[in-house]
Design a protein around this ligand. Structure first.
Ligand SMILES: [Zn+2]
Length: 576
């Protein structure tokens, strides 16, 4: 006998076998028992939550020759034919593939007046009904308004808002909910017991979580995991199939964010990239685990919370982080290089302190001790240990203007940038203003600084510069920070210039690469094995001729940095 996939084999045949949707099941069951059948039903809700399944069970119940207590017998010709989608009186139409008016007209409107060929009702199951054209809906509406007594429409849709109100108002509408993780796990247990498949509880939980409320997706994943694991379903196999790196890696990322530990974050991404895990799936896990940790702190046990968090971390910080990671998920979804975009975006989260409440508490403590006259020092919170790597990462090139050290984690209220005296527009060469802007950005927003370094500029209008980016995501980053950048630039250029980020993979006429701040003055390039190792992924434009070379041996701290960021550092500018 041919292998029948589990999703088909375990498709529920009775309402009692359907997981969740209790209200809907009860209402339909009672309606059938009392003979109160509507002529038009609309089932709406997310995919995979049982709409078509319940529609078929309803059809079977209505046309069964020997129903028992409102349930189909599963033995009569009608029941058997419907189970195999062969019944002449139950017509299933996938509206996604029949959007034309003519099709609906020929299939429904013209045949609708004929009596059922054998059974009690002629039942039309219209899947994805929102895909019908307006003309098709109008044709359908005429029948729904005055249906022949023997006709029942069951329309299923994931987008109820696209179904005309005229249809909805003449139908009985049921809202289907996503199936809960617990219900999915329960059903998976039934299936695996019947199939004699060995399982790890953790594996079923992972499958249920990944299914997002869709039973069919869960059972399909179970099927794949079982064939992959030769009849055994293990958590690591499921993680592998889902492209998840597993809890440990995601947990280390979460801790890296909370502790603002750049080296640890980069280490996690190294693992991610070398094993080829899905960056988007990983970000979603990260978001879920942070959210679960926040909820756990509120006393709600859902999902898998981040472990080993610093004890004094305010739960609100976790909620904030989860929310920001969620925004990054949306951003990364449309990137052509998700892994890189995800890493860069997470690094931007490291720049800002996460536990703002903790900082406020410490500042308040400091204010109190100042008031009381006691000497005080703003001590770093535990969990925000002074990390050499954090301090080092955002300092590729402190510009002459911003000669102060890059903000260390504990130095929170970043001092406002010193006001720069306005200079007349004529006196400023565009590249000077740009260099000063870069210098400012380098200390405040390192990830943005790296993006700006790679930008080419078209100065075709005096008050409007086009910033050409080779990577779409980077154009987006500039767009987000645009107002802030324009404000800064206005201070250096003495006049308002609008910055217009553009994405272009091909070279753009008139676009100029801008020199980095410090280049040609006091710049030094680390040109030994560090660069050799990293050259293949060097993103920064690099003109070696303008800089002199120092060896890593002469600069032990550079060697140390290179170890921390192996494969990343291609260039280090030094300032006297
Ligand atoms: Zn039957």
């Amino acid at each position: 006998m041919a292998y029948e996939n589990l999703a088909t084999k375990y498709r529920p045949a009775h309402l009692g076998e359907v997981m969740g949707q209790e209200t809907i099941k009860t209402t339909l069951h009672n309606a059938v028992k009392l003979g109160r059948i509507a002529h038009s039903y609309v089932f709406y809700g997310p995919r995979g939550c049982g709409k078509t399944t319940i529609a078929r069970i309803l059809a079977k119940t209505l046309n069964c020759h020997h129903p028992k207590d409102g349930a189909p017998c599963d033995k009569c010709p009608s029941c058997l034919e419907i189970a195999e989608s062969k019944s002449l009186d139950v017509i299933e139409i996938d509206a996604a593939s029949n959007t034309g008016v003519d099709k609906v007209r020929s299939v429904i409107i013209e045949q609708v007046s004929f009596a059922p060929s054998r059974d009690k009702y002629k039942i039309y199951i219209l899947d994805e009904v929102h895909m019908l054209s307006t003309g098709a809906f109008n044709a359908l509406l005429k029948t729904v308004e005055e249906p022949p007594a023997h006709v029942v429409f069951v329309m299923a849709t994931t987008e109820q808002n696209k179904v005309p109100a005229t249809i909805l108002s003449r139908s009985q509408c049921f809202r289907f909910r996503p199936i809960s993780e617990a219900d999915i796990v329960a059903r998976l247990k039934e299936v695996t017991a019947a199939e004699k498949i060995k399982t790890e509880p953790e594996a079923l939980r992972l499958i249920a979580r990944s299914a997002g409320g869709a039973m069919r997706d869960a059972i399909t994943m179970l099927d794949r995991a079982a064939s992959f694991g030769r009849g055994e379903v293990k958590a690591d196999v499921v993680n592998e199939l889902l492209g998840h790196p597993g809890f440990e890696v995601v947990n280390s990322m979460a801790l890296a964010l909370v502790n603002r530990d750049a080296a640890a974050l980069h280490g996690a991404f190294d693992k991610l990239n070398s094993e080829g895990y899905d960056a988007l799936a990983t970000l979603r896990e990260l978001r879920n685990n942070l959210a679960a940790a926040f909820l756990a702190a509120q006393g709600f046990g859902e999902g898998e919370p981040v472990k080993n968090l610093p004890k004094d971390l305010a739960p609100a910080a976790l909620a904030r982080l989860s929310r920001k990671v969620n925004i990054i998920v949306d951003e990364v979804k449309f990137s052509d290089s998700p892994a890189l975009a995800a890493e860069v975006a997470l690094f931007t989260l490291i720049e800002v302190p996460q536990d703002l409440d903790g900082l406020v508490r410490r500042l308040e403590g400091m204010a109190e001790s100042l008031n009381s006259g006691a000497p005080s020092e703003l001590a770093p919170a535990s969990g925000q240990k002074k990390n050499e790597a954090v301090a080092a990462y955002p300092a590729p090139a402190p510009a002459p203007v911003a000669a102060r050290p890059a903000a260390a984690p504990a130095r929170v209220p970043a001092p406002a940038p010193a006001p720069v005296p306005a200079v007349s527009a004529a006196a400023v060469v565009p590249s000077d203003a740009w260099k000063k802007l870069l210098g400012q950005v380098a200390s405040k927003r390192p990830s943005l600084y790296n993006v700006l370094l790679a930008v080419k500029i078209v100065f075709d209008q005096p008050a409007r510069w086009r910033l050409i980016c080779g990577v779409k995501f980077e154009a987006g980053m500039i767009e987000t920070a645009r107002a802030e950048l324009e404000d800064m630039l206005a201070r250096f250029a003495g006049t308002r210039i609008s910055l217009v980020p553009e994405f272009s993979a091909a070279p753009v006429a008139g676009a100029e690469a801008m020199p980095e701040p410090g280049e040609g003055d006091e710049a030094a390039v680390v040109d030994d094995d560090i660069e050799a190792e990293a050259a293949h992924e060097a993103p920064a434009p690099h003109k070696a001729g303008a800089a002199k070379t120092v060896s890593g041996d002469a600069e032990p701290e550079l060697k140390h940095l290179a170890k921390v960021f192996h494969g990343r550092i291609t260039r280090i500018n030094k300032v006297k």
